[in-house]
Design a protein around this ligand. Structure first.
Ligand code: SF4
Length: 309
């Protein structure tokens, strides 16, 4: 899911990266300037990055209900499915790295065979689908199985391609070249007034790109997530993160398809992220009820709270 095709890499390196260098980013909007406005947080409230970047509720009342009123609701089906698919990808990628390190370059065939056996899959599925009706659980299980297969096939092809080009590399270099992605990177967001336990879906180690994976319909506000993680990385590591990528994965007619939205984390996006953060922090700090939205999806976990009867 995360690996770039040759065309995407070309667009990144010949298109976006030079554009980022040319346009630049205003110094005051870099995450490493967390100690001064506008990046410095105004309120003493810690938000999750998903709470800042999530705009599924048009007025943000979901945040108010959760953080001010303490209302807790179980996740909807889309959230359960997203959690399951994320967990499957993390398991495949970390397992592939572990197996390659354990078996070494000489044992790469054995590593790939072990990787294909989905022994962990049943456990991951069971953890996520508990409580769903059997038909829905079976549907998610089938999709998770296809995702496991999809990702193991991609990794196997990449390992074989790297080995065919570089017959003398060791296992560390093989892992870096074939699976150049860090999943679930833990980040301390406190510099920006965010949670100390943030977890970025993926960071491409070979190119400075922060990646977020979505399983639903594309939304403009999804780019707020990559902007937020990019700025947090700048605050933590003091290096620039100029490019984000939203990976949209979709299951249709029995197979997975992937589309990538590679984009600049430019001034406009950074400003939008900071405005959202400040507005939501204020809502929580001052306990302001933003009122029920004009249109609410029935799938919203807070629907019965906001629209009783
Ligand atoms: S029901 Fe409507 S107003 Fe309430 S949290 Fe959901 S989307 Fe927002």
């Amino acid at each position: 899911m995360y690996f770039f095709s040759d065309e995407e890499r070309k667009y990144l390196l010949r298109g976006l990266v030079p554009r980022a260098r040319q346009a630049g980013v205003a110094e005051e909007l870099r995450g490493w300037n967390w100690h001064q406005p506008p990046v410095e947080p105004v309120y003493d409230v810690r938000l999750g990055l998903w709470e800042v970047a999530g705009k599924y509720c048009p007025t943000g009342r979901d945040l108010y209900l959760r953080r001010v009123q303490g209302v807790r609701r179980p996740p909807n089906l889309a959230m359960v499915a997203g959690g399951l698919f994320h967990a499957v990808l993390v398991a495949v990628i970390t397992r592939a790295k572990r197996l390659l390190y354990t078996e070494g370059v000489e044992g790469y065939r054995r590593a790939l065979e072990h990787l294909r056996s989905p022994e962990e899959l049943a456990r991951i599925v069971a953890e996520h689908v508990a409580g769903l009706e059997p038909a829905r659980a079976a549907d998610l299980e089938a999709q998770a199985g296809a995702l496991w297969q999809f990702e193991t096939d991609r990794i196997a092809a990449r390992v074989q391609e790297v080995l065919s080009r570089h017959p003398y590399l060791n296992e560390d270099a093989l892992v870096f070249r074939a699976i150049p992605v860090v999943v679930e990177q833990k980040l301390d967001g406190t510099f920006l007034g965010l949670s100390p336990n943030l977890s970025a879906d993926a960071f491409m180690a070979s190119e400075p790109v922060v990646i977020d994976l979505k399983f639903g319909e594309p939304e403009r506000f999804h780019r707020l997530t990559t902007a937020g993680y990019g700025m947090v990385m700048e605050a933590v590591y003091d290096y620039p993160v100029n490019v984000g990528c939203i990976v949209y994965a979709r299951y249709r007619d029995g197979r997975w398809t992937v589309r990538k939205d590679l984009h600049l984390i430019d001034d406009e996006l950074r400003q939008w992220f900071l405005e959202e953060r400040d507005e939501k922090m204020r809502m929580v700090f001052e306990e302001l009820d933003p009122a029920v939205a004009d249109e609410c999806p029935q799938t919203c976990p807070y629907f019965s709270e906001c629209r009783p009867g």
